[in-house]
Design a protein. Structure first.
Length: 113
């Protein structure tokens, strides 16, 4: 029985291409899910801040812990989401992480240099 080397190479190439396509599909699905969750969390944090700034005491900033507690996100996730959101800024001069919304306590142009 003679072994056809051409069919062996075809099988190897077919397996490699199939495996690469499967890997790219899984990677693409993971990236899509990550972006979708990021968008969902951005909307959740932004809408909560808009509803709760200013609070009943007139404060124009809310702490990371308060945001995390009310949005059911971890504090690290809230810090990340707030740091990448275009409408949310970190207030300096406070002892803890507190976040505000542009237009309520500060204008966007005030932050640009």
């Amino acid at each position: 029985m003679a072994i056809d080397t051409c069919s062996i190479w075809q099988g190897i190439i077919t397996g490699a291409v199939g495996g690469a396509l499967a890997g790219l599909t899984v990677w693409g699905a993971g990236q899509s899910q990550r972006k979708w969750l990021e968008c969902l969390h951005r909307k959740r944090v932004n809408s909560w801040l808009k509803e709760n700034i200013p609070d009943k005491y007139g404060n124009k900033h809310r702490s990371t812990r308060a945001i995390a507690s009310w949005t059911n996100l971890s504090e690290d996730r809230v810090r990340y989401i707030c740091s990448i959101h275009d409408d949310i800024y970190l207030s300096t001069g406070e002892k803890e992480d507190v976040w505000g919304i542009y237009g309520v306590g500060r204008n966007k142009k005030d932050n640009k240099k």
